[in-house]
Design a protein around this ligand. Structure first.
Ligand SMILES: [Zn+2]
Length: 129
């Protein structure tokens, strides 16, 4: 049975809340519990093939709207963690470290992900390669 728009909205709200709670867990693991207070999340349908992006100056994390499609749940978690790891690495080590260097990789690993700088578009539901 198809969900009506209100059910769909509530489902989305619950997903975002659980994602946010998980992000707070990673932040605690990284020893930066206040991280999510300084981060804003947005979903955008104008990101081309990029899955995520973060603005280190403003703390805005933009995630590709395709990540909300069924089948992309794990990639949504990984992409959010990927961007947050950039922010934490920059807070801790400054702007001169390599973008996907050892510091960033270490934060991804501590959050339980195999660090991979790039995810092939073919692995993403709804993203044209
Ligand atoms: Zn990156």
């Amino acid at each position: 049975m198809a969900m009506n728009s209100r059910q769909e909205e509530e489902r989305m709200q619950r997903r975002l809340e659980s994602l946010y709670r998980e992000a707070q867990g990673w932040a605690a693991t990284w020893g930066l519990s206040r991280l999510m207070r300084d981060v804003d999340l947005e979903f955008s349908d104008a990101m081309g093939s990029a899955l995520g992006r973060c603005d280190l100056r403003t703390g805005l994390v933009s995630l590709n709207g395709v990540l909300l499609l069924d089948g992309n749940e794990e990639l949504l978690r990984e992409t959010l963690c990927h961007e947050l790891a950039h922010i934490v690495a920059s807070v801790r080590y400054g702007p001169r470290i390599a973008e996907h260097g050892v510091e960033w990789s270490e934060y991804m690993a501590r959050a339980g992900f195999v660090p991979r700088p790039v995810i092939a578009a073919s692995l993403v539901v709804g993203l044209r390669p």
